[in-house]
Design a protein. Structure first.
Length: 263
């Protein structure tokens, strides 16, 4: 069977050339097809085809008067997504550092990435057992406090679709420990409690012996953009659950305020 047209060395070379075009446009501002072809050492038709693809994705645009190309506004969209994550880490670090020092445990800032959680930042308190460095890691959305917070603040249609997509052939969610909630009904019931009390508690569902408490972080318009959590050994968190929940909620509101939320 022939390889798909979009796979193999030729596809990799095309991606490399397209990225090089973006770098050339960033450096020079405006370039024509002939100039780009010469710089890439490719035929003019190849350069034109690559520019057309970039233009279709909003990453390059043609100037109407001279036929030359410049970077498109799609680049700003991509940069904005990265910038928003950087801003979130920057604006939360002072708050999460203070929280970690106070509670002594690990504090994480987490966002939604597809149907998983993505850990953006982590600060460890003095009592934290440095077993995991979660930054850059992903976890199942249904079995973590951060994931449950993010699920709880989706629309009902979005959360239902997410849970349905995560079920296996038998209709259950992935079981990570004997404590993991694996039915959609059980998770939905917990999501309702999270919305009512304002925070999530997940005990021993991702790992036995690990408990996390998480609360939502809101953007300027009030939308939930992330989750902030404290996690640590279950026996230590359980003894201080109410106090930690209050502190996590206060920290999440403080970060939300730094992001422009005034609620």
């Amino acid at each position: 069977m022939a390889a798909p047209a979009d796979s193999g060395p030729a596809a990799v070379q095309s991606v490399d050339r397209a990225l090089t075009i973006l770098e050339l446009l960033a450096a020079d501002g405006h370039l024509g097809v002939t100039e780009i072809a010469a710089l890439l050492d490719v035929h003019k038709s190849t350069a034109s085809r690559l520019l057309t693809t970039l233009e279709a994705h909003g990453l390059a645009e043609q100037l109407p008067d001279r036929g030359r190309y410049r970077l498109g506004v799609g680049v700003l969209r991509l940069a904005g997504a990265t910038r928003s994550r950087m801003d979130l880490v920057q604006e939360s670090r002072q708050v999460t550092s203070a929280l970690a020092a106070t509670v002594g445990e690990t504090v994480n800032v987490v966002i939604l990435s597809g149907r998983e959680t993505l850990y953006l930042d982590q600060v460890s308190g003095p009592s934290a057992l440095q077993i995991h460095n979660w930054v850059g890691k992903r976890n199942p959305i249904h079995a973590t406090a951060n994931g449950r917070v993010l699920l709880a603040h989706m629309s009902e249609a979005e959360s239902d679709a997410t849970l349905a997509a995560l079920t296996d052939g038998g209709g259950e969610l992935t079981r990570l420990t004997e404590r993991t909630l694996v039915t959609q009904q059980a998770v939905r019931a917990d999501l309702a409690q999270i919305r009512e009390r304002g925070y999530a508690v997940v005990r021993d569902e991702l790992e036995i012996g690990l408990t996390a408490v998480a609360a939502p972080v809101r953007g300027a318009a009030g939308e939930v953009v992330a989750s902030l959590s404290v996690s640590g050994p279950t026996f230590r968190i359980e003894d201080r659950l109410d106090s930690i929940a209050q502190q996590v909620g206060a920290a999440a509101r403080a970060v939300s305020g730094r992001l422009g939320w005034s609620g």
